[in-house]
Design a protein around this ligand. Structure first.
Ligand code: GBH
Length: 491
């Protein structure tokens, strides 16, 4: 099926939503331009550079605060239909409150949106890709229920300012990552490193904040503005390490902890957290001497209010883990209590899988198929948009491994479509090389190379940009397409 003699190649659906993605802190720079406030990432990278692989920060990064016109040109060259980008909360509301709104911040995103529409590209806007105003972190961030009305205020401002021109919204990028990596371990900002308790408070407030925003959108904006709103979850595919019943159970449990924690309350028929999660955390909490479960409980009304609050299921997925049951030993990775210990799953990867520029990211193309089929089965086949998928390297324009990644992963997306999964789109991560959070500038995910030594931050298409553009243009995978680097423009 993959040879040049293939006279009948499989096509993606006509209206398949092709896209490329980025996020504000990773590309914008302009960290204190005009009246922008400090975010938790500004704060962490400035005060704790030792937490970042190359001690760098996003102060300038790809400088999209100044080069956004070129960014849109690139998106246009790629023949995609949508550009997924995020808005920086403190660029719009420097202190996180409505008392101070930045005109310069609003102007920036407004111009970007208009430029996209000029090229007929649909803006897909993420409200929160991890840039919390530092002032709100000082109140406890997502662990403080105050975040619910504050996030709603911020969302209302975005809908008022941009909702007439934005047809696809997602509220929050990767809640699991926000809560567990931000509060449970010393990883992403604010790096609380307080296992087993605050991540669940974060998740609880985050779900309520998300639901309030979707209800507000539906009640006050959707009819007039006509768009749709979802959320983006993330997970690796959890492949049972063996065919034993224990490992298959570990796989299902891991998916319920990573995806179900947020997916079940929003997308399942009954709502609420997955029963496995509720039971395990309640029982372990009791064993550990807590007077009630570390996982907060929703009231009946809250369960109903959260259920159904998404028009589509956004999923970010890059790689696969092999999973087996944990023996519950107390260890650095499984302290008692902790999310990992509650989940009770040990993850590994097959050393034979193709590597990438990131230790965690191994190429396992079938994982995306398995995950899409799992979502179909688990949540009654909701409309799904793959909001991120891609692979890193350590640099260079001749990125043939990235070409292979997209061809192979997309081939499995076609399989999932053929097997009935309601996949509506695929957004490649990422438009261009950018600030890779903890990895700083050491890992590159871009279809476009960015010269970080050039004050102009010159962008150059890699081989993968040409291949991805060809896929989006022809709506199919062409295994033999081998563009050269010589052409300056993508055609
Ligand atoms: C995405 O998250 C982000 O949304 C995006 O901003 C980012 O650029 C992209 O990843 C690439 O990194 O170090 O073993 O603890 C993807 C989900 C989950 C990927 C956690 C990195 C770290 C695993 N991420 N994972 S580990």
């Amino acid at each position: 099926v993959t040879s040049s003699f293939d006279l009948n190649p499989r096509h993606f659906p006509k209206d398949f939503l092709w896209g490329v993605g980025s996020s504000s802190y990773q590309i914008e720079g302009g960290w204190n331009a005009d009246d922008k406030g400090e975010s938790i990432w500004d704060y962490m990278t400035h005060n704790h550079p030792e937490k970042i692989a190359d001690r760098s920060n996003g102060d300038i990064s790809s400088d999209s605060y100044h080069h956004w016109r070129r960014d849109v040109q690139m998106v246009h060259e790629l023949h995609v239909k949508t550009y997924r980008f995020s808005i920086s909360w403190p660029r719009i509301m420097p202190g996180g409150y409505m008392n101070q709104v930045s005109t310069a911040g609003i102007k920036y995103y407004s111009a970007l949106i208009d430029e996209l529409l000029h090229y007929n590209i649909t803006p897909m806007v993420t409200m929160y890709h991890w840039e919390l105003p530092q002032r709100l972190q000082e109140l406890g961030g997502w662990t403080n229920p105050e975040i619910i009305p504050l996030f709603k205020d911020y969302a209302r401002l975005l809908l008022e300012m941009f909702g007439d021109r934005v047809q696809i919204w997602t509220t929050i990028n990767e809640p699991w990552h926000v809560c567990e990596h931000g509060y449970g371990v010393d990883y992403m900002a604010p790096a609380y490193n307080y296992p087993g308790i605050p991540a669940y408070l974060c998740g609880h407030n985050l779900l309520k904040a998300h639901a309030e925003v979707v209800h507000m959108y539906r009640a006050e904006y959707k009819k007039r503005q006509g768009g749709r709103m979802g959320i983006t979850l993330d997970t690796s595919w959890m492949e049972p390490k063996s065919n034993s019943p224990e490992d298959r159970e570990a796989s299902q449990r891991a998916l319920e902890f990573y995806v179900g924690w947020f997916g079940h309350p929003i997308f399942s028929t009954h709502g609420n957290y997955p029963a496995t999660m509720v039971d395990r955390i309640r029982n372990l909490s009791k064993e550990q001497g807590f007077s009630r479960s570390r996982l907060p409980e929703f009231t009946k009304e809250e369960i109903q209010r959260i259920r159904g609050t998404a028009d589509f299921f956004g999923i970010n997925t890059y790689t696969t883990s092999l999973v087996t049951s944990n023996d519950h030993n107390n260890s650095a990775k499984f302290p008692i209590p902790s999310f990992n210990h509650d989940m009770g799953v040990v993850e590994s990867q097959d050393p034979n899988w193709t590597g990438s520029g990131s230790v965690w990211l191994k190429v396992y193309p079938k994982g995306i198929y398995n995950l899409l089929m799992w979502i179909k089965k688990e949540y009654n086949n909701p409309p799904v948009i793959v909001t991120e998928s891609g692979v890193s390297d350590r640099g260079g324009l001749e990125d043939y491994p990235r070409v292979d990644y997209y061809n192979q992963y997309l081939n499995f997306v076609l399989d999932a479509l053929e097997d009935g999964a309601n996949v509506q789109g695929y957004i490649a991560w990422s438009l261009m090389d950018s600030y890779e959070w903890k990895a700083g500038f050491t890992e590159k995910f871009g279809l476009y190379h960015v010269d970080f030594n050039d004050p102009q931050r010159k962008r150059t298409p890699k081989i993968s940009a040409r291949v991805f553009a060809h896929i989006c243009k022809t709506n199919r995978i062409d295994w033999n397409y081998r563009p050269s680097l010589n052409e300056e423009q993508i055609t």
